[in-house]
Ligand binder design. Structure first.
Ligand code: BJW
Ligand code: ZN
Length: 248
């Protein structure tokens, strides 16, 4: 943690902290990541399950994909990485600091770990909305009786509230995420930074003068720009959070 300590010492007062997470933080809870060996995209074609066109072609298949993942997530628990971030938020906020957690994950594990100010940039496995009238509906903790589910209001077809390729991110959420990059410290955890517009966020933080640290088991193509800490999130995040707390 020497590099982190010296970067924080040079930075001075840390008033605004942002965290950006990806699927790697949930890997130690047993949830698969997307890319690479054992990633979800090895077993499913993006075009089939993560685009509007795929949904129009075979909504049943897409619902099965998300139903399976939702039911798996319900059986899992947040891990030490999620808890370390929630704990850091609590310390930061109680010391009068600003704290925002931007996550690309749809698994809800950060909220279950106690994180409060969470922006779910790519939606949630636990929400759906109607393709006809737009009405939102939560999804239960048990299997849905029929797939695809129907809207209670207009009988239209519901879809998962997740952001697929080619779709815009919710404007209010991405605007808040961009604003949160006006920070003193950004911690990136467990993302390959291959998906836009999220992959722009760390560069905005750098432009704003933030110390940017990246936690990952392997370097990404952007690691050279950051203070890179190699390790599993669940194993290193506690020490990182403790180091940061020393500078609050
Ligand atoms: C560990 C670990 C451990 C493992 N500890 N680490 C500009 C340039 C180029 C392309 C584009 C661009 N702008 C838009 C695009 C197109 C596209 C895009 O980015 N394509 C790229 C692939 C090139 N983007 C979009 O289409 C986005 N929409 C958009 O921009 O709309 C514009 C628009 C405007 C107006 C009108 C219309 C459109 C939408 C992107 C949506 C992405 N959605 C998904 C699916 C969400 C739902 C679901 O979950 O099914 O989001 S794709 C998938 O990737 C998911 C993830 O959130 C996202 C990121 O993946 P993540 O989390 O980084 O996972 P991995 O697997 O890649 O990485 C895991 C990492 O963890 C690895 O690095 C491991 O090493 C590490 N790791 N274990 C620490 N224990
Ligand atoms: Zn409806």
């Amino acid at each position: 943690m020497k590099n982190l300590s010296s970067a924080l010492r040079n930075k001075g007062r840390i008033s605004r902290i942002a965290v950006l997470t990806g699927s790697g933080i949930s890997a130690e809870s047993g949830i698969p990541t997307f890319r690479g060996h054992n990633g979800l995209w090895m077993d499913y074609r993006i075009d089939d399950v993560a685009t509007c066109e795929g949904f129009k072609k075979d909504p049943g298949l897409v619902w099965e994909f998300y139903e399976k993942r939702r039911l798996e997530v319900i059986k899992t628990k947040p891990n030490r990485g999620h808890y370390a971030i929630a704990d850091l938020e609590e310390s930061a906020v109680s010391s009068g600091r600003n704290f925002t957690l931007c996550t690309q994950n749809v698994d809800g594990l950060h909220k279950r770990a106690g994180s409060k100010n969470v922006l779910e940039l790519h939606g949630s496995l636990f929400e759906s909305f109607c393709t006809k009238c737009g009405k939102s509906a939560g999804l239960p903790e048990n299997p849905l009786p029929h797939l695809p589910p129907k809207c209670q209001e207009c009988n239209g077809m519901m879809r998962p509230n997740v952001v697929w390729f080619g779709e815009p991110l919710a404007q209010d959420i991405i605007e808040k995420a961009f604003s949160s990059m006006d920070c003193d410290l950004l911690i990136i955890v467990g993302t390959s930074l291959q998906v836009y517009p999220v992959a722009y966020l760390p560069f905005l933080a750098l432009k704003n003068g933030a110390v940017v640290i990246e936690v990952n088991i392997t370097a990404t193509s952007a690691s050279d720009y950051f203070v890179f800490i190699k390790g599993k999130a669940g194993q290193v995040m506690n020490e990182i959070a403790d180091t940061i707390k020393g500078y609050l």
